[in-house]
Design a protein. Structure first.
Length: 207
């Protein structure tokens, strides 16, 4: 099972790299709202690359210091993406997102008030709500831009399942390595589906 986990992890990293390269090459084919998908992938690539550098180049025991940045950045980018797609006023959304970002960073790097995994769950639930509402609009309203319908559906699926993954994360220390590998292998597999959906969408874009 550990071998299967590593294979999924390598697949995940390879798809992220391919998605990053392909997304950059397709940037000029996207409108301003759609470019936030590229920003999302760039952010995830930077976090993943920084993790690898911290662990393998600097020999750090872990890269947990990146976790608050990951939560805050992912929350900000995805919620801003979906708010833009739904034409929500930036005068309302931007201050709320900035405050949420500040809260996560302060809580992550100063005296913690709330467990970061709890914040991650709340963040994912908010992302799910935005993604779900966007999907409903894309399906019901024919005039609503839907070039990223498949990607939005995969994002909704991934973060929905991820909520349950992070809810039980506190128990991972008391369960077997096999079960832990199964849980995180599923999480990596679903994130690979998100990368695959974006790769598919980028390849379909036409000039």
């Amino acid at each position: 099972m550990l071998l299967g986990f590593k294979i999924i992890l390598y697949l995940n990293n390879s798809l992220l790299l391919l998605c990053f390269i392909l997304g950059i090459s397709r940037l000029r084919l996207l409108n301003n709202k759609e470019k936030w998908y590229i920003f999302y992938i760039i952010f995830l690539f930077i976090i993943e690359a920084s993790t690898k550098v911290a662990l393998y180049s600097f020999g750090l025991p872990d890269a947990n210091f990146l976790y608050p940045l990951y939560i805050a950045g992912e929350f900000f980018i995805l919620n801003f993406l979906f708010s833009e797609k739904n034409n929500v006023s930036q005068r309302f959304v931007l201050p709320v997102l900035v405050l949420a970002l500040i809260f996560v960073l302060v809580n992550g790097y100063m005296q913690p008030m709330v467990d970061l995994d709890d914040i991650k769950v709340i963040s994912n639930i908010i992302i799910i709500c935005f993604a779900g509402y966007t999907l409903i609009r894309e399906i019901k309203e024919k005039h609503f831009a839907n070039r990223f319908l498949f990607a939005d559906a995969c994002i909704f699926l991934y973060y929905s399942v991820s909520v349950f993954t992070f809810i039980i994360q506190q128990q991972l220390g008391s369960i077997s390595q096999l079960n832990a590998s199964l849980i995180w292998g599923l999480n990596n597999l679903l994130s690979s589906v998100v990368y695959g959906s974006l790769i598919y969408t980028f390849l379909k874009l036409k000039k």
